[in-house]
Ligand binder design. Structure first.
Ligand code: I3S
Length: 123
């Protein structure tokens, strides 16, 4: 496969705006602050951009990257009064809530992120 090492990280789910709140970093509780973020799912990581335009790879715009290997993904009704919230707990103890008012939108992201994390974690 000539292109092998040059093939970029395949994108699993294309970008969409979701609401995001980081509630812990390295196991330490953080003040909750919901923001809208452009989310892209790659084969082994989740990328958060402030705006969709930044995904095009303009210099100076670095996405926040979340390593999904060892991450646990589950719905939660306890961490927020909002509907349609799921939590990603990473292997380094970050806890990220993702939410959309649209149920089919959030289900699509929950299912894809959970499947990716489980595959990477050997399950
Ligand atoms: O889990 P909390 O602390 O009740 O989350 C709410 C707070 O973060 C609140 O901001 P203040 O820290 O200024 O009180 C936010 O405005 C709310 O959105 C948070 O609750 P929800 O249920 O929306 O996640």
């Amino acid at each position: 496969n000539m292109a092998g090492p040059l093939v970029p990280d395949p994108m699993v789910l294309k970008g969409e705006y979701l609401n995001k709140a980081k509630v812990a970093e390295g196991g330490k509780k953080q003040r909750k602050n919901w923001t809208s973020t452009w989310v892209v799912l790659g084969s082994d990581q989740l990328l958060f951009y402030k705006e969709s335009k930044q995904e095009a790879g303009k210099p100076g715009f670095k996405p926040e990257k979340v390593d999904l290997c060892g991450a646990v993904v589950d719905w939660t009704t306890e961490k927020s009064s909002r509907k349609n919230v799921f939590q990603i707990t990473t292997s380094c103890g970050d806890e990220i809530l993702l939410q959309s008012d649209n149920y089919s939108t959030i289900c699509k992201w929950h299912d894809a992120i959970k499947k990716t994390a489980n595959a990477l974690s050997g399950g």
